[in-house]
Design a protein. Sequence first.
Length: 272
Amino acid sequence: MTWLRVSAALAAMFFVGCTVHSTTGPADPPPQEQTVVVQDPAPTSGTEVVVQEPAPAPVVVVQEPAPAPAVEAANPADARRAAAAQRRAERDAAQQAAREAREAAAAERRAARDARAAEQAAAREARQAEQQARREAHRAEQQAAREAREAAAAERRTAHLAALAAQREARAARAAAQAAAREARRAEQQAAREARAASMGMGMGSAMGSAMNREERRENQDAQRDARRDSMDAQREERRETMDAEREERREAQDARSSMGSGMGSGMDDDD
């Protein structure tokens, strides 16, 4: 019966050890070994078998390990909820940080875009001001050139008119001189004829009269020829003056058109 008691004691120790390990985690260092003394009965001789009752079995003392600190077993659902809440908090914090970073980057981009827009606007205004200044300077140059051309044209017209007037005066003076010369020549010829007629006497009056008539007709023809030549010269001078005036007007009109065309072209270039 002794071995049954030992087996029961060992089974009880194993059960207690398993229970402690399952509830408290890893087992503490094993307690000190307990010595179990089992006294077998002495052998007998002969056929008579005497069974000697064994001595009372020693008491098996099982030293329980020191109780481990109580560990509350967390509810798995609460643990999962806590972990999920922590993950949500971490995710919200990460999203907030990312959102703030994106907003800061967007603000920097907006500031850079505004700075570029302001710089471009300033450059555009500067270009427009420069173009306006160039246009104004070009208009002033064109106006000055136009005024200079008009002044030169006016001077040319004045000089041309003065030259025409001088030509007319010279022509009139020549015509007057020619008429005076003709009158003087006619008077001289008339006086010579009268002198010859007086010297030749009255007997030759008829012959002398016919000669005087021929001479007078010749003088009249010469006078008419001179008058026609003077008239033709005057007409030629007038036609030449008219042609010169028309040529001058055409040149002035062409100069005006050229100046207007150049002004419009340069204005379009400035606008471009």
